[in-house]
Design a protein around this ligand. Sequence first.
Ligand SMILES: [Zn+2]
Length: 140
Amino acid sequence: MLERFVAGRDVRCPGCGYSLRDLKADRCPECGDRIELRVNLSDPRLGLFIACVIGPAVGLGFHATIILWYGVVHLFGGYHLGLRVLSVPIVSTFVLAAGMGYLLKHRNPFRRLGWPAKLAWAVFSWSCTAVSATLFFLLT
Ligand SMILES: [Zn+2]
């Protein structure tokens, strides 16, 4: 099918831009990368999925910064956070990373959900970040 598709067409290699017109193999003659013919969605509609993933990513960045700051202060001296305060960023980092991993692994089932369920997941993922940050500030 690839040979028939590029026969007489000036299709460019997505890797290097070389013309694949009349290509007789499944590799680009210029860069050597393998070429395949596939079907893609024209509009993948990933907005709510991305919103779901960004929620825990923001929380991960927040808590990882606190843990990193704790480590730097511990090395060079200064104001120390107690382990009780640091427990929220540590637990939150694991919980948010697990949630983000779950979302990334299950993105295809997520795509089949209706938009209210997707919106609920987005609100839930941002709520997890908000709750974890609020807990941190309440204990500080
Ligand atoms: Zn190429």
